[in-house]
Ligand binder design. Structure first.
Ligand SMILES: NC(=O)c1ccc[n+]([C@@H]2O[C@H](COP(=O)([O-])OP(=O)(O)OC[C@H]3O[C@@H](n4cnc5c(N)ncnc54)[C@H](O)[C@@H]3O)[C@@H](O)[C@H]2O)c1
Length: 329
């Protein structure tokens, strides 16, 4: 569906009332008008809240400002929020929607590849705290996700690449055929709708089986445990997608060294990640990565849970004692 049809699409899930479109400056300059006009034509009262772009905006201050903004209008429980943007906007707007008046509807309009295949689906919302990423959040399913892959045509190439890390993740954990397909980047770019649909299908399967992330859904975190620790150790100068790519590569390299997967599996992943120009170097500050991995937030008692690749298209969840993690790193 196209963004200019959002008014019609919303009419199915919210009858009249107000909509607050939350976006960042880059996305708003490209798509705010189309979104606003479509909603106004459908009879909604439309408000806009625009944030500076970048992960630094996904913080507690902006979260409270949004709540105050909604309260000042005022928004009621029958009004809704459109999250128009990438994962940063989706997570922050989603968390505001989850908590404003104990929950109002959120409608996700992903504008990055990462948001299209991952963050807009599944209902995880969050903000970052000074002591770590996504430390305050809630599960809050969007009432609607409007996928319009044309919006991705304006993505800077780095941001597109970062989204590919999550696409490669789906191939590695679940879908050998998808993994093979990704070996041709031009074909992927030309059939993005199908690729997004495949990824969203996989994500839905895991989320439906384990909405609150108590078991199976954890497999979606392949590459993320190490990746998040690297992101934080680098003070978030490393993007989420680049960190996930490094995380997937290094956990697979460790797995190949330990005999949990074959050298061929590692070689296939490395080749694919390099095809999309990912830098796979491990950040220098390994002690800091280890410290973050072992911080209370990442641990269950004395163990850390990580997703281990078994072969392309198959993975397993494994618990490690923290001493073992130090040796592995
Ligand atoms: N909730 C979840 O399940 C989940 C899953 C994965 C990641 N995340 C979160 O997602 C965030 C990362 O999301 P992201 O990679 O989409 O980054 P982002 O939202 O910060 O967007 C990256 C950049 O692209 C720009 N941009 C977005 N859409 C554009 C477009 N169509 N054209 C031109 N520029 C555009 C943005 O302005 C920004 O500068 C992180 O905070 C991460 O924690 C959440």
């Amino acid at each position: 569906m196209e963004l200019r049809q959002i008014g019609t699409a919303l009419a199915e899930v919210q009858r009249g009332g107000k909509i607050c479109i939350i976006s960042d400056r880059n996305v708003a300059s490209l798509y705010m008008d189309i979104c606003r006009e479509s909603l106004e034509e459908a009879g909604y009262g439309v408000w806009e809240y625009v944030l500076p772009p970048g992960e630094a905006s996904k913080n507690g201050t902006n979260y409270l400002r949004i709540l105050e903004y909604l309260a000042a209008v005022p928004f009621t429980r029958s009004d809704g929020i459109v999250a128009l943007g990438g994962g940063m906007v989706g997570d922050l707007a989603g968390f505001a929607a989850a908590t404003y008046m104990r929950g109002i509807n959120v409608y996700q309009v992903p504008t990055t590849l990462l948001a299209a295949v991952d963050s807009s689906v599944g209902g995880k919302t969050a903000i970052d705290l000074p002591s770590g990423k996504n430390l305050a959040g809630a599960f809050h399913q969007p009432k609607l996700v409007l996928q319009d892959s044309r919006l991705l045509n304006t993505l800077p190439s780095d941001v597109y690449r970062e989204g590919m890390a999550e696409v490669i993740k789906y191939g590695m954990i679940h879908d050998r055929k998808l993994f093979k397909r990704l070996e041709n980047p031009t074909e992927v770019r030309n059939s993005l709708d199908e690729v997004i649909e495949t990824c969203v299908g996989i994500k839905k399967e895991y989320v439906e089986a384990d909405e609150f992330d108590r078991g199976l859904r954890h497999k979606l975190n392949f590459g993320h445990t190490l990746g998040h620790a690297m992101e934080q150790a680098e003070g978030y100068r490393l993007s989420h997608g680049d960190a996930v790519a490094k995380g997937m590569y290094w956990i697979t390299r460790i797995s190949a060294e330990q005999g949990w997967c074959s050298r061929e599996t590692l070689a296939a992943l490395e080749q694919l990640l390099r095809k999309y120009d990912f830098n796979l170097t491990l950040p220098e500050n390994r002690e800091e990565i280890y410290r973050i991995l072992c911080s209370d937030k990442k641990r269950q008692g004395d163990t850390i849970r990580m997703v281990i690749p078994e072969e392309v298209g198959r993975c397993a969840i494994r618990e490690f004692h923290i001493r073992e993690v130090k040796d592995l790193l």
